[in-house]
Design a protein around this ligand. Structure first.
Ligand SMILES: *[C@@H]1O[C@H](CO)[C@@H](O)[C@H](O)[C@H]1NC(C)=O
Ligand SMILES: *[C@@H]1O[C@H](CO)[C@@H](O)[C@H](O)[C@H]1NC(C)=O
Ligand SMILES: *[C@@H]1O[C@H](CO)[C@@H](O)[C@H](O)[C@H]1NC(C)=O
Ligand SMILES: *[C@@H]1O[C@H](CO)[C@@H](O)[C@H](O)[C@H]1NC(C)=O
Ligand SMILES: *[C@@H]1O[C@H](CO)[C@@H](O)[C@H](O)[C@H]1NC(C)=O
Ligand SMILES: *[C@@H]1O[C@H](CO)[C@@H](O)[C@H](O)[C@H]1NC(C)=O
Ligand SMILES: *[C@@H]1O[C@H](CO)[C@@H](O)[C@H](O)[C@H]1NC(C)=O
Ligand SMILES: *[C@@H]1O[C@H](CO)[C@@H](O)[C@H](O)[C@H]1NC(C)=O
Length: 327
């Protein structure tokens, strides 16, 4: 990339380019954005956001624009902005009802974007959720989760429901619970709890409809190698094979052949990982694959249209990173 960054977002555009936006370097948050071209393997600077931000979300809308929402830049943010791939420019759109960072964002089947949870002050964790309506460019509150969550995951199931898992709550309680958002009713219901409480884990939808949750930190902030599977038809969780290395703040990408590639992350404070492993859904086992050339966490991983995985930026032993690599 042209600049170092971690805690940024990466979005695949309809034209195959990858938009990286915002994040943080050693001197603070950034508003710059850049595009990766898979055909040339090069990065090009594009328009900058109006506001610097990290811990934000980026969601690709049905019409191809990218919605960036919330985050933190010294203050908690409610602003959101749209990137137009045809002009390379950002425009400010509606503000959320709550300021929030480290929330999740999910583009629903009807085109609205659901954001959930996060933090709105140094002590305030959020159970609230809201919907962005692209035609009007406005946000409206929807049903709240049963508990406040940050460092959680959100996955859109094949049945259209949104599954939220884990995270932490006030008092730094790490959560074992999971809940489902029903877009047609606008409410959340509790579903089966995981076998282990976790935060800063990943959640990946498998081709068979199950959701693979991997790694994270447990109630003692210890890194986890345990993985488990959520079955949407029963609403229950089952332990599957464990990763070879416990990790959190890693990435997980579902490959075209159905395997899930987990890369990097942290294992204990200051132990940055270059390792990567593959989960095979048919055997329920993990195998170590090639290392990344640089150990990194809080990076992004994007599945390119050519099937390769682009890993970009993050933080590692030498500080924030500008390097990117392909699997
Ligand atoms: C951090 O980003 C800011 C804004 O883009 C830039 O001016 C500064 O040089 C960057 N600092 C480092 C250490 O990269
Ligand atoms: C950028 O944000 C500021 C507030 O932070 C606002 O006053 C200004 O209108 C915004 N600019 C654009 C182009 O949206
Ligand atoms: C967004 O946050 C700013 C600063 O905290 C506040 O002044 C503004 O009223 C908020 N906007 C909305 C729509 O809540
Ligand atoms: C997509 O829709 C949004 C909201 O209606 C609009 O602001 C934006 O310009 C549209 N983008 C494109 C690429 O047409
Ligand atoms: C999508 O569904 C939600 C929940 O029912 C609704 O609030 C929202 O307005 C819908 N969005 C669009 C763009 O129709
Ligand atoms: C998927 O592809 C990867 C990388 O080529 C390979 O290592 C893995 O074994 C494949 N998985 C399956 C389920 O075939
Ligand atoms: C993490 O720290 C614990 C306790 O200090 C230690 O037992 C363990 O080996 C460490 N793991 C790694 C991967 O460094
Ligand atoms: C990956 O890197 C680790 C530590 O940097 C090293 O111990 C290990 O042998 C490497 N594994 C492979 C498959 O190259």
């Amino acid at each position: 990339m042209s600049v170092v960054r971690g805690f940024h977002t990466a979005s695949i555009l309809a034209n195959g380019l990858v938009l990286v936006a915002g994040g943080v370097n050693s001197s603070g948050t950034v508003n710059s954005a850049e595009l990766y071209n898979p055909l040339t393997g090069t990065w090009m600077t594009t328009g900058s956001m109006n506001v610097t931000r990290k811990y934000h979300t980026a969601s690709t809308l049905v019409n191809g624009s990218v919605l960036v929402a919330g985050g933190f830049n010294g203050g908690y943010l409610n602003s959101s902005e749209l990137y137009n791939p045809s002009t390379g420019l950002w425009t400010t759109t509606g503000s959320m009802n709550d300021v929030r960072d480290y929330h999740t964002a999910s583009t629903l089947a009807n085109g609205s974007v659901l954001v959930a949870g996060g933090q709105d002050s140094n002590s305030g964790l959020l159970d609230s959720a809201e919907l962005y309506n692209p035609p009007t460019g406005t946000w409206a509150a929807t049903g709240s989760m049963s508990v406040a969550r940050r460092y959680h995951t959100a996955s859109i199931l094949a049945n259209g429901l949104v599954l939220v898992t884990g995270g932490y709550n006030s008092g730094s309680i790490v959560l074992i619970s999971a809940e489902l958002y029903n877009p047609s009713r606008g409410i959340w219901t509790i579903t089966g709890s995981m076998n282990i409480a976790r935060k800063l884990h990943t959640a990946s939808i498998l081709a068979n409809g199950l959701v693979l949750v991997a790694g994270g930190q447990d109630t003692n902030n210890a890194p986890i190698n345990i993985a488990e599977l959520y079955n949407p038809s029963t609403g229950t969780w089952a332990i599957t094979g464990s990763m070879n290395i416990a990790r959190y703040s890693h990435t997980a990408s579902t490959l075209a052949n159905g395997s899930v590639l987990v890369a990097g992350g942290m294992s204990n404070t200051s132990v940055y990982l270059n390792s990567a492993e593959l989960y095979n859904p048919s055997t329920g086992t993990w195998t170590t694959t090639a290392n990344m050339s640089i150990a990194r966490y809080i990076h992004t991983a994007s599945i390119l249209t050519n099937g390769k995985i682009l890993v970009a930026g993050g933080n590692g032993a030498s500080g924030y990173l500008k390097s990117a690599e392909l699997y």
